[in-house]
Design a protein around this ligand. Structure first.
Ligand SMILES: Nc1ncnc2c1ncn2[C@@H]1O[C@H](COP(=O)(O)OP(=O)(O)O)[C@@H](O)[C@H]1O
Ligand SMILES: [Mg+2]
Length: 282
């Protein structure tokens, strides 16, 4: 009897290196609201810009798969990602912020993503495991509205240092933010604080301040949730223009100093490893 014997290949046992082998991400912070249009993406972006200005290495993971808005705020349209043998290379903004969003992977930025929850969850997991983030001090995760699959995946799968809650003065926003806060608590993710966006508008002619969307209830909401009330952000037409034209890094957000301070404080706190629990149908 003859047998053909193949000598073991020299490379057979060699593992192909992956993004996870080079990624070192120190702290992950998610921006959550529950409600759409309150400014989660603006807050995520300005937080990343503020951290970057302090010299930190920063990335943004756009977890809003069906309504991604991060590339539009940072990049000229039509940007092409490069190639990386380790995984998916992120786009890099003008000041060096690493960005990943489903919009960077679509043929056209206006293509719709019509996916069911599990697929959305898998895309977010892939953004965490397969993107070549490299070494980052902070990864900011911009969540979609609601307490559904995407937020659940982020809170269960990513080792979060905590979440920042965003609200606006409209009564409905406060109610929905309460639900989002409850979700974070159920999943044992620390709530780092509350930010109220679109709180007021300062008339450039008179210098007078107007509460366009009504009086603020954010202080009471923060107190009810037992979390710090970190900032009130004004309505700034300049911000709308800069964020719509890929130039958000030109905006100086002085109101972000206490938010950055809170993030730095949370970064010093010991973290628990991520875990899964049975959510009883959540
Ligand atoms: N403080 C603000 N001043 C001016 N425009 C704002 C402000 N906050 C948000 N916007 C604008 O409102 C829209 C919705 O904000 P966005 O951050 O995308 O909300 P979300 O991510 O919660 O859906 C964007 O077009 C953004 O430019
Ligand atoms: Mg958004």
């Amino acid at each position: 009897m003859t047998t053909t014997h193949q000598p073991p290949s020299e490379h057979a046992s060699e593992r192909v290196p992956k993004a996870a082998d080079v990624n070192r991400i120190d702290h992950v912070v998610a921006v959550l609201s529950g409600k759409g249009g309150v400014g989660k993406s603006i807050v995520s972006s300005l937080l990343a810009v503020s951290l970057r200005r302090k010299g930190y290495r920063v990335g943004i993971l756009d977890a809003d798969i069906t309504g991604p808005s991060i590339p539009k705020m940072f990049l000229p349209s039509g940007i092409q990602l490069g190639n990386d043998p380790l995984g998916i290379p992120p786009a890099v903004s003008r000041t060096g912020i690493k960005l990943m969003s489903i919009n960077l992977l679509l043929r056209s930025e206006s293509d719709a993503v019509v996916w069911r929850g599990p697929l959305i969850g898998r895309a977010i997991q892939q953004f965490w495991t397969d993107v070549v983030w490299g070494e980052l001090d902070y990864l900011i995760v911009d969540l979609p509205p609601g307490t559904s699959d995407a937020s659940l995946t982020v809170m269960q799968f990513l080792p979060l240092s905590g979440v920042l809650l965003v609200t606006s003065p409209q009564g409905l926003a406060g109610m929905v933010v309460h639900k989002a806060a409850q979700m974070a608590e159920m999943l044992h993710v620390p709530l780092l604080g509350l930010i109220e966006n679109m709180s007021y508008f300062v008339c450039p002619d008179s210098g007078k301040s107007y509460e366009i969307f009504g009086p603020s209830h954010a202080a009471e909401l923060a107190q009810a949730l037992g979390i710090p009330f970190l900032a009130r952000l004004p309505i700034q037409p300049e911000l709308t223009v800069l964020s719509d034209t890929g130039r958000i890094e030109d905006y100086l957000a002085k109101e972000f100093a206490p938010i950055v301070e809170q993030i730095e404080k949370a970064a010093q706190a010991p973290r628990l490893p991520p875990f899964s629990i049975d959510l009883g149908g959540l």
